[in-house]
Design a protein around this ligand. Structure first.
Ligand SMILES: *[C@@H]1O[C@H](CO)[C@@H](O)[C@H](O)[C@H]1NC(C)=O
Ligand SMILES: *[C@@H]1O[C@H](CO)[C@@H](O)[C@H](O)[C@H]1NC(C)=O
Ligand SMILES: *[C@@H]1O[C@H](CO)[C@@H](O)[C@H](O)[C@H]1NC(C)=O
Ligand SMILES: *[C@@H]1O[C@H](CO)[C@@H](O)[C@H](O)[C@H]1NC(C)=O
Length: 263
């Protein structure tokens, strides 16, 4: 907690009873080359949970979890709002995840301090329930409907906007997407392009279940819901990955060799 310039690298973590790596109120965090293994039926065994952190890079990790492989957090309900420290400028790359009952990358559920500028690329998911799962609720955060106490603000509604997905290939899928905003609080600016989803032998009848969301799509199969109208071919640039670099993207990992030499 409350640390800067943290490096956690080249470790194997096995059978944690709960979240494995949980930096809170930190900045300049590099988590690299970790293997994290939990039984896939074990609850709450998230892999890596950046929580109210700025400038975090998660790279080259292999995670098997009974919960989310990466879960981005920032405080629960009125406590997260009062503290007001978002997780921002998070980069996740070259992650391989097995999460049969949960998500490869989750935002929330406790995200009351805000989450901004999360970038994920080169992600491989095997036998996982969801690719990306954004979990939130009125009161902002909360375990879907549950709250830490009765002092949460029922009028505090989350703002979910500008979520891009591109260059996604998914196989053996039972349901393309469930995109459920909050009545009176639509989730907007959703953009999907170049997404190819092949269905399983017994897929759900309703492939896109959308409510209270707005956005656009281009070159997405199967055909998305009407709330995400198809812009036609050649609009792939619409949901581009940001071109600027976060400072943490190029931070070099430090090794201990200079210490070894000295001693
Ligand atoms: C579409 O996505 C696939 C899979 O990631 C990728 O190989 C391909 O280059 C993408 N097409 C364009 C035009 O970016
Ligand atoms: C598709 O997923 C089902 C389980 O949902 C699994 O039994 C089956 O082996 C998978 N098929 C392929 C081709 O991966
Ligand atoms: C679609 O989502 C709504 C919630 O937004 C849910 O109540 C409904 O059961 C879902 N329908 C299907 C067929 O999954
Ligand atoms: C971690 O392992 C990689 C690959 O073996 C190696 O190149 C790197 O120097 C190691 N990093 C640290 C900090 O030990």
């Amino acid at each position: 907690m409350f640390s800067t310039s943290i490096q956690i690298s080249n470790l194997t973590l096995i059978n944690s009873p709960s979240w494995n790596v949980h930096p809170v109120y930190c900045s300049n965090v590099v988590v690299q080359g970790l293997t994290i293994l939990a039984p896939v039926r074990s609850p709450n065994t998230d892999g890596i949970n950046p929580d109210s952190c700025t400038n975090t890079r998660i790279q080259d990790c292999y995670i098997v979890s009974g919960d989310d492989c990466v879960a981005v957090k920032s405080g629960w309900d009125e406590y997260g709002i009062a503290f007001g420290m978002p997780t921002k400028r998070l980069v996740i790359r070259r992650l391989t995840c097995i999460s049969p009952t949960s998500a490869v990358i989750a935002l929330g559920s406790e995200m009351s301090g805000g989450i901004e500028d999360v970038r994920a690329e080169d992600i491989t998911a095997i036998d996982s329930e969801s690719g990306v799962r954004i979990k939130t609720a009125v009161g902002r955060g909360g375990n879907y409907g549950s709250h830490p106490d009765n002092n949460y603000d029922p009028n505090a509604i989350p703002v979910i906007q500008n979520i891009n997905y591109r260059d996604v290939v998914a196989e053996n899928v039972t349901m393309a997407a469930r995109l459920e905003g909050i009545p009176g609080d639509p989730f907007t600016g959703i953009c999907m392009s170049n997404v190819t989803i092949s269905l399983s032998q017994n897929p759900k009848k309703l492939q896109w279940n959308c409510s209270n969301v707005a956005g656009i799509t281009s070159e997405v199969t199967p055909k998305p819901c009407d709330l995400l109208p198809d812009q036609g071919q050649g609009k792939i640039r619409a949901c581009n990955y940001p071109e600027d670099n976060s400072p943490i993207e190029n931070m070099e990992v430090q090794t201990c060799s200079s210490f070894r030499n000295r001693w």
